[in-house]
Ligand binder design. Structure first.
Ligand code: SF4
Length: 403
């Protein structure tokens, strides 16, 4: 069972609410040069069209900060209201001060306490960023990352630990430093005047167990909205598995207000893959619904042909094609479950459990395909046009059920 959500205030990123009672929000990040306005706008649109609800862009120099204005203007002119987040490291205090128009247009600032300055300048720079956020009424994500953890803090904690009678492990001290870095920065921001409902925290690590442990520790000690992410997750199946398992475990425990699955780009893979992976994760956990779900078996030696695989794929394609029209006409259809099964062993059982199910004939079985609707046998299809008949039944079901 999914545990009760970690109680937090609501943080608004423009029109998008984050926090305990609100849906888990999906975010993503561009990998274009921000100065290439056309490419950046194109990629933001692509991410938004795939379902990203917040998009972060790199702002690493004057030119990138200047580009914020045409990027956001073009998006709004194209009716894209998606909040754009500026990702700042090292020079955020300078850029935010020097370019107030860009600072005002961005919907949120993301800073990393390990990268705001050196020993002498960090506090001053941090204060400057927070004051600008207060002036423009912007939320700030204080994103601690193991790769750029405040080394002074870590060294001090390691030294203190070494003097203890029963010292903790290095790992426990690293977790402590990650959490302390996030919490002390959040407290400092509040002291400067940034309200709690403008603060989001993250403590990203690249190892699955570390990341789960450190987020749990953080969630226990505060009620800020948390952004979840496994950093440096890698790409392809490896990145997807590592990210979904770590985020899934935390979400199951009620932790997290926003998520990002960051994947190393693979050849020919679309950037929006990180968004579709987030959607699949949330939907498979029953946390949010984006489109009807097809439940299909893997097939085995009992499968008589590849027809059921083709039907499962065709059903997925049919759903994706109909989705824009269904969204305009029907309410709640995203929760529909459709089973496409390969034989009678598990076919009828899964079909009965789904809203609509079809069980295709397995090896040496009668060439019938029973259809179940709401757990009851509805019809048995035969012959060559099973797919067409099945889609017709599906379309009728949606029309009648979700009007
Ligand atoms: S439902 Fe039938 S075909 Fe599919 S995996 Fe199970 S036994 Fe094999």
């Amino acid at each position: 069972m999914i545990q009760k959500r970690h109680k937090t205030p609501t943080v608004f990123i423009d029109h998008v609410p984050l926090g305990s009672s609100h849906p888990i929000v999906i975010q993503s990040m561009t990998n274009t040069k921000t100065t290439d306005v056309t490419k950046t706008v194109g990629q933001i649109k692509e991410l938004a069209n795939s379902g990203s609800e917040l998009v972060r862009i790199t702002i690493n120099n004057d030119a990138a900060m200047k580009a914020v204005v045409p990027i956001i203007k073009r998006l709004r002119a194209g009716k894209y209201q998606i909040p754009i987040i500026g990702d700042f490291h090292y020079n955020g205090h300078i850029l935010l001060k020097k370019y107030p128009q860009s600072a005002a247009l961005l919907s949120k600032y993301r800073i990393n306490p390990g990268n705001v300055g050196n020993k002498k300048t960090a506090d001053k720079n941090f204060t400057q960023i927070i004051q600008i956020a207060i002036k423009h009424k912007k939320p700030v994500r204080i994103g601690v990352n193991f790769g750029s953890l405040d080394q002074k803090l870590l060294t001090d904690l390691m030294r203190q630990n070494a003097r203890m009678k029963n010292p903790k492990t290095d790992k426990q001290i690293i977790y402590k430093a990650m959490v302390e870095s996030a919490l002390s920065s959040a407290k400092a921001a509040e002291k400067i005047g940034l309200p709690k409902n403008k603060i989001i925290l993250s403590v990203k690590m690249s190892d699955v167990q570390d990341m789960i442990a450190v987020y749990q520790k953080l969630a226990k000690q505060c009620n800020y909205v948390l952004h979840l992410g496994l950093t440096e997750a890698g790409g392809g199946t490896k990145g997807i598995v590592a990210s979904t398992v770590s985020l899934g475990i935390l979400l199951q425990k009620g932790i997290g207000g926003t998520i990002r699955i960051s994947l190393t780009p693979q050849k020919n893979a679309n950037r929006a893959q990180e968004v579709t992976t987030c959607k699949l994760l949330l939907q498979s956990m029953g946390l949010r619904y984006f489109s009807p779900q097809v439940i299909s078996c893997p097939g085995c030696g009992r499968t008589s042909s590849d027809y059921f695989e083709k039907l499962a794929q065709a059903t997925e394609q049919y759903i994706q094609k109909q989705l824009p029209a269904w969204k305009k006409k029907y309410q709640g259809f995203e929760q529909l479950k459709i089973a496409v099964m390969g034989c009678v062993v598990n076919g009828p059982g899964e079909s009965k459990y789904a809203n609509i199910g079809i069980s295709l004939p397995g090896d040496q079985e009668k060439p019938d395909a029973p259809i179940y609707v709401n757990g009851q046998i509805y019809k048995t299809l035969k012959g060559k046009n099973i797919k067409t008949q099945f889609f017709k039944i599906l379309e009728n079901y949606i029309r009648k059920t979700y009007k």
